[in-house]
Ligand binder design. Sequence first.
Ligand code: SAH
Ligand code: SF4
Length: 397
Amino acid sequence: MSTSAPITQDVMTIPRKMPEGGKINLIGLTRDQLREVLIANGTKEKQAKMRVGQIWQWIYQWGVRDFHEMTNLAKAYRAELEETFEIALPEVVTRQVSEDGTRKYLVRIAGGHEVEVVYIPEDGRGTLCISSQVGCTLTCSFCHTGTQKLVRNLTAGEIIGQLMVARDDLDEWPVPGEAKDETRLLSNIVLMGMGEPLYNFDNVRDAMKIAMDPEGISLSRRRITLSTSGVVPEIARTAEEIGCLLAISFHATTDDVRDMLVPINKRWKIDDLLQALSDYPKVSNSERITFEYVMLDGVNDSDEDAHRLIDHIKRYNIPAKINLIPFNEWPGAPYKRSSNNRIRAFANIIYQAGYASPIRKTRGEDIMAACGQLKSATERARKSRKQIEAEAGVAQG
Ligand code: SAH
Ligand code: SF4
């Protein structure tokens, strides 16, 4: 299939029409969309609400993939569903398990593209790092994904599908009649994989609504963190329409340095971003905003930077925690990781100012699963300098 469709930074609507002769995939449809397709394909309007509820529970609560297993539906109806619809997930191409238990899945989606999904087990919880796009339009200079062109936005089905294949692999779908395990292996989602989630807003929102739906996967909104490089106009919508926690790829304390590290800063400056964060509706001391700060040797890691970072956050009175990320190197990366002593000194200044300043433990580095190392094997084409400049132009314009 062609991948040369024009790419814009706008939200792309994925047509859900049935392809010639193919079946309609139910994964990723909202409850309303599910109702519509059922009615359009013969389910009686009067019954539609109940059918949506039943099918929804089978798919998202029990992890069922075969209509014939939906035993509270009449046999004839199951057969009708089977003829028109499918419950199709992205295909897991490879699975790597790191020495520290981190799992990295390479997942193939329609068109043959591949995205990476990372599962990070921790004490009492487990976090799944999900991708929102194949590649990224932005060109953050320290990020491996940033060297890869945006191929396309993921559909809502492909986004929630990443969680569902991980649950399959962890064997974590509940079994009817058996008591639920209180501590889930997959308890948290971070939208920190490939891509800028706020440039694929509608699909990310629809997928997260499915993840939060109480009659399905049922993850609390407080266990979902969306990380953005700072798409200022979409930040308020994130609170209103998704309601999840927010992480910001901050990474620099002056506009000059941030322009270089996170080029979207040329369009929305540090002060624009801070203003949007201080307006973020749900922010409170219990739902602080995470400032992600990648530690780059000699670039953004001085004591002055640490003090300026605190000044910014105080000036806007933002309930915040600062997550320091040791830079993960990748082949050809133009930066070096700050020394452990430097990172500790930086963390200490922040801590002394009254903010939590955890240093993120690097996970899964041996399988290139750490933050910013994600990039699938089939999409290695490097952006040319010209392209990078042209895209920086888009971000400015
Ligand atoms: N596009 C979104 C989400 C994906 S990136 C964003 O930029 O926020 C997830 C996090 O990993 C971001 O904070 C990003 O800045 C960070 N990151 C990217 N490359 C990295 C690298 N090489 N080392 C450490 N962190 C990196
Ligand atoms: Fe895209 Fe985020 Fe990487 Fe920047 S850090 S290039 S926004 S994925």
